[in-house]
Design a protein around this ligand. Structure first.
Ligand code: PXP
Length: 277
């Protein structure tokens, strides 16, 4: 079934932040201008994306500085600028003034953002960054693991939002490891509840995917990782990139966004997912 973005946004569900980094990855593979991540962002907005997310990495492996300038000029929904806590990135963000910023850890060797930000271990640096970015008018989120000490530190550092890292849950899902999946889901729920108790707005993301018929359905968890997380009522935003762009290869970007939105709306509407038996 084909869904239209405008129909779906009327229903209470997590906002969908569409991460366009991997359109830039594809462009950069040939060193030219095609496919253009800004055009993809425009299409994503038309298809119902609530937020456009991108990560300007230190090594510029996907999104580049000129993409950031064009995104700011051309995209009409809030931009969520993911960046490491470095002076260079803070200065670019202050110039760009995106609506949202998500501070993430960054290691040059990693394939993707592997762990959460260590707010406890670099508290002063993160606290200063939160103050600088609030001054620039940006809503700041810290990308952290579902770890109570990190959540406490995030609140103390002055961030109004946290994005809890769903990578461990997603790995367990891809591995069909139902015991681990249950453990990660329990940990995520505890983290979300704790963060909400501290007055933080709570987001989630990393590695989330759909059951798209291309992956065998695991006996103990016959639902998608996106549905599992979207069903949790504390989740105000989901940020999804790799699997959404991957799904677009098969169904096109418009339909991919409709599919991810429909998945999270249905999961939220149905409430707690009867997943793991
Ligand atoms: N959230 C954050 C903070 C991220 O760094 C990423 C990856 O760039 C994502 C969400 C999206 O992860 P994925 O591409 O695995 O969906």
């Amino acid at each position: 079934m084909t869904f239209s973005g405008s129909l779906l946004t009327a229903i209470d569900a997590p906002l969908l932040g569409v991460n366009i980094d991997h359109v830039a990855t594809l462009r950069n593979a040939r060193g030219g201008r095609y496919p253009d991540p800004v055009a993809a962002a425009q299409l994503a907005v038309e298809a119902g994306a609530d937020i456009i997310t991108f990560h300007l990495r230190e090594d510029r492996r996907h999104i580049r500085d000129d993409d950031v300038v064009r995104l700011k000029a051309e995209i009409q929904v809030p931009l969520n600028f993911e960046a490491a806590v470095t002076d260079e990135m803070l200065a670019i963000i202050e110039r760009t003034r995106p609506e949202h910023v998500c501070l993430v850890p960054e290691r040059r060797q990693e394939v993707t953002t592997e762990g959460g930000l260590d707010v406890v271990g670099q508290f002063d640096r993160v606290q200063n960054a939160c103050a600088r970015l609030a001054q620039a008018g940006c809503r700041v989120s810290l990308f952290i693991g579902a770890d109570l000490a990190q959540i406490d530190a995030a609140a103390k550092a002055g961030a109004p939002c946290v994005e809890l890292h769903t990578g461990p849950l997603s790995h367990a899902w891809w591995d069909n490891d139902v015991t681990q999946l249950q453990a990660e889901l329990t940990r995520l729920k505890a983290g979300l509840g704790h963060a909400r108790g501290l007055g933080l707005r709570t987001h989630a993301g990393h590695g989330l995917a759909l059951l798209d018929g291309l992956r065998p359905v695991p006996a103990g968890a016959p639902v998608s990782s996106t549905a599992l997380v979207a069903a949790l009522p504390e989740v105000a935003e989901l940020h999804i990139g790799h699997a959404l762009i991957g799904h677009s290869v098969f169904v096109g970007m418009r339909q991919a966004i409709a599919d991810f939105k429909a998945e999270s709306i249905t999961a939220r509407r149905d409430g707690t997912i009867h997943v793991l038996r």
